[in-house]
Design a protein around this ligand. Structure first.
Ligand SMILES: Cc1cc2ncn([C@H]3O[C@H](COP(=O)(O)O)[C@@H](O)[C@H]3O)c2cc1C
Ligand SMILES: O=C(O)c1cccnc1
Length: 348
């Protein structure tokens, strides 16, 4: 494994800065505590960044795209070709994440980390580990080397975006079949039944969900992933984009860059990142809770509260990008508001 990941030592949160910013928030011209959750967000940001006036702009969005061999078992409502087609859509600025990324003036990077197609496009970051994972109903999804390679690619892309100036990182994914891999991973880590976690993904009907559940249950019995070994889990039932996002999150945490986590698949990557390095989740916010049933459990494993509940179930990083203006608003409060003293407003 590359140096950064092997020797990773994520910094501790700056609790003192958190206290200092809390006192400052109390001096702003609002009734004490009236900013509600925004107050918590700003204090968290202060602890993460160690800054009295944390910045989250410009954010960076990195979308990792890859295919899944498990789609051979008929676990998605859409064909796997959609992964490649959507990657091209991202490059043509026509996808939902393009719209939301533009709205928040984000840096944008789309990474082919394992699409099962050869794509010639100069704007695509080509880092294909392999043309899709292997079908984990029949064999391990990846080799250990492939897992490490995908983690490193994620780490490298995030590092690059941070060097470009990104102050907050949003990870997104595109990979037909990836709610199957995510449901399997969250079931293994949480110990909860597949039945309680599995959902429609792109839009399976009840019979399809039942089939998906059975495939996942049998695959877990066959592959026997080790619940507290994130590399073993990725190797046996993971995905290239999930490993890539986990690696990117580790880079962000290591650089004290706040991470805004998106939906079920992204949160699964966050849980994996946190198993690799226990302090990773200190640097995470969860942007929204998606309609996919397993997302609630994944968020609980991180010990977080989602910012939004909009019933979205897309992925791509969309829910996080939509939540970003709320995080940004929190930073503006302390940057731009007057204090009781500076404005000459009577305090109680
Ligand atoms: C047109 C289209 C755009 C998407 N954008 C994200 N996803 C989402 O759906 C997929 C996961 O669902 P499942 O496990 O059921 O295949 C992922 O690619 C995820 O990013 C999409 C899916 C489709 C069809
Ligand atoms: O929660 C998500 O990110 C999600 C849910 C369903 C399908 N694709 C993504």
């Amino acid at each position: 494994m590359k140096n950064e990941l092997a020797t990773l030592s994520i910094p501790m949160l700056d609790e003192e800065m958190g206290q200092q910013v809390k006192r400052y928030v109390d001096s702003l011209t609002v009734p004490q505590g009236s900013l509600g959750r925004l107050e918590e967000l700003i204090i968290e940001l202060a602890k993460m960044t160690g800054e009295a006036f944390p910045e989250v702009s410009r954010p960076g969005v990195i979308v990792f795209a890859a295919d899944h061999g498990i789609t051979d078992e008929g676990v998605s409502a859409y064909p796997k070709e959609v992964t490649e087609q959507m990657a091209l859509n991202f490059l043509n600025n026509g996808a939902a994440i393009n719209v939301f990324s533009r709205a928040i003036h984000a840096f944008f990077d789309i990474v082919d980390i394992g699409i099962d197609a050869d794509i010639e496009a100069p704007e695509l970051t080509s880092r294909k580990v392999r043309r899709g994972t292997r079908n984990f109903y029949k064999e391990d999804a990846m080799t250990r080397e492939e897992v490490n390679q995908a983690l490193e690619i994620g780490y490298e892309r995030a590092q690059k975006m941070i060097e470009q100036g990104a102050k907050c990182l949003i990870l997104g994914e595109m990979g037909i079949g990836n709610t199957t891999a995510s449901s399997a991973i969250i079931s293994v880590i949480s110990g909860k039944s597949v039945e309680s976690l599995v959902g429609q993904g792109t839009g399976l009907k009840s019979e399809g969900i039942l089939h998906k559940q059975r495939i996942i249950e049998e695959a877990i019995l066959l592959r026997k992933p080790i619940p507290d070994d994130p590399i073993d889990i990725l190797m046996k039932i993971g995905g290239f984009e999930i490993a890539g996002m986990a690696g990117a999150m580790l880079a962000a945490a290591n650089n004290r860059i706040p991470i805004l986590v998106d939906g079920f698949i992204t949160t699964t990557a966050a849980v994996i990142a946190n198993l690799i390095s226990g302090r990773a989740s200190d640097y995470m916010f969860v942007g929204h809770q998606s309609a996919e049933p397993g997302h609630k459990t994944a968020i609980e494993l991180l010990g977080k509260e989602p910012i939004l509940q909009l019933g979205m179930r897309i992925g791509e990083g969309t829910g996080a990008a939509v939540a970003f203006p709320i995080l940004k608003s929190a930073t503006l409060v302390i940057k731009e508001m007057a204090t009781f003293e500076s404005a000459g407003v009577s305090n109680k």
